[in-house]
Design a protein around this ligand. Structure first.
Ligand code: 5RP
Length: 273
C-alpha cells in the first residue's frame, strides 16, 4: 500500500489500541435536520476533541468544523436522494476526489446498497471511487447501507455486503452490529467499523453494541445518534472511548458515563489513546 494512503488510514486509528472512535454527523445529507444535529456546529464542537475521526459532508465540514482541527476527516461523497423517497438507493457520487484532496481529508465514504434497486449503480460508484482515490492515495470507506429496511441487519446479509465491498477495493467498511457478527468480520479482509443505528433504549445497550462489536473483531465504531441524541454526549464519548480503546466492560463504561455527566466534562486528555 502506498505511503500516503497508509498514512491517511493509520492516523484515524490509535497507535496503541489499533482502534478508532469515529463520530458520525453525516445524517443531514439525506435526513435533513436530524434531532440534536439541527445546529451541527454546536453539536460537533464539544465532541470533536474526543473523536479519532469525524464523518461528514463537505457542506458541514466547511460551515461547522474549524479549519484548525487536527481530527482526521472522513468525507461522505455519495448522496442525491432524501428520506422523502421510498427507495434510498439511487445515490450518485456528489463530491469529486479533487475536492476531497482540496479539503485535506483522510478518507472518502460512500454508501453501497446491496440487494436494492440501485445495487449496480452503488457498486459501480464504489469501484470508480477506488480507482479515482488510488491516483491520490485516498482511502475509500464503504458503508453497507440498509436504507429503510433495518431488518436487513443480519449476519448473512451484512457478510455479503461487506465482502463485496472489500472485493471491489474498499479499504475500510462500515456496517452494523448483528447476532453472529464474527461471521461478518471473519469473512471481510479489510477493517470494519460499526454504526450505531437509531438511538437505543439505554446507554448500556449502546455501550454493549460497541463492546460486543470490538470483542468480535471490529476495529472501531463510527457512531452518531447514540452519541449526540444522548442526554450527555460528551460523557457518552468518554464511555465509548473506554470500551473501544481500553477494553472497559459495559458496567465500567456505564460508571464512566455517569461519573462524567456529574462532573462537568473535563477537557480531552492530550495524547488520548
Ligand atoms: C448515515 C450514516 C451514518 O454515519 C451511520 O449510520 C452512523 O450513524 P448512526 O450511529 O447514527 O447510525 O452512514 O447514512
Amino acid at each position: 500500500m502506498d505511503w500516503g494512503l497508509r498514512n491517511r488510514i493509520d492516523r484515524m486509528f490509535s497507535s496503541t489500541s489499533g482502534h478508532s472512535v469515529m463520530l458520525a454527523v453525516d445524517h443531514g445529507y439525506f435526513m435533513g435536520p436530524t434531532r440534536n444535529l439541527e445546529n451541527a456546529k454546536a453539536t460537533i464542537a464539544p465532541l470533536l476533541p474526543y473523536a479519532d475521526a469525524i464523518a461528514l459532508t463537505r457542506g458541514i465540514l466547511r460551515t461547522s468544523v474549524p479549519p484548525s482541527t487536527t481530527t482526521p476527516i472522513v468525507l461522505r461523497v455519495s448522496g442525491g436522494v432524501t428520506i422523502l423517497k421510498e427507495d434510498l438507493s439511487e445515490e450518485t457520487i456528489t463530491t469529486s476526489i479533487e475536492e476531497a484532496v482540496r479539503l485535506n481529508v483522510s478518507a472518502v465514504a460512500l454508501s453501497v446498497f446491496v440487494g436494492s434497486p440501485h445495487e449496480h449503480e452503488s457498486l459501480s460508484n464504489l469501484s470508480q471511487l477506488v480507482d479515482d482515490g488510488q491516483a491520490y492515495g485516498m482511502p475509500v470507506l464503504a458503508i453497507t447501507a440498509v436504507g429503510k429496511e433495518l431488518e436487513k441487519r443480519d449476519a448473512r446479509y451484512l457478510a455479503l455486503a461487506c465482502r463485496v465491498s472489500a472485493e471491489l477495493g474498499a479499504h475500510l467498511v462500515k456496517t452494523y452490529y448483528c447476532d453472529g457478527f464474527s461471521k461478518v468480520v471473519d469473512s471481510c479482509p479489510v477493517p470494519i467499523v460499526v454504526a450505531g443505528g437509531p438511538k437505543l433504549d439505554s446507554i448500556e445497550a449502546a455501550l454493549a453494541l460497541a463492546h460486543d462489536a470490538i470483542a468480535a473483531g471490529a476495529k472501531g465504531i463510527d457512531m452518531g445518534r447514540n452519541i449526540w441524541q444522548s442526554e450527555h454526549p460528551v460523557a457518552m464519548m468518554q464511555a465509548l472511548r473506554a470500551v473501544v480503546h481500553h477494553g472497559a466492560t459495559v458496567r465500567e463504561a456505564s460508571a464512566i458515563f455517569h461519573e462524567a455527566n456529574v462532573a462537568s466534562a473535563p477537557p480531552a486528555p492530550s495524547g488520548m489513546a
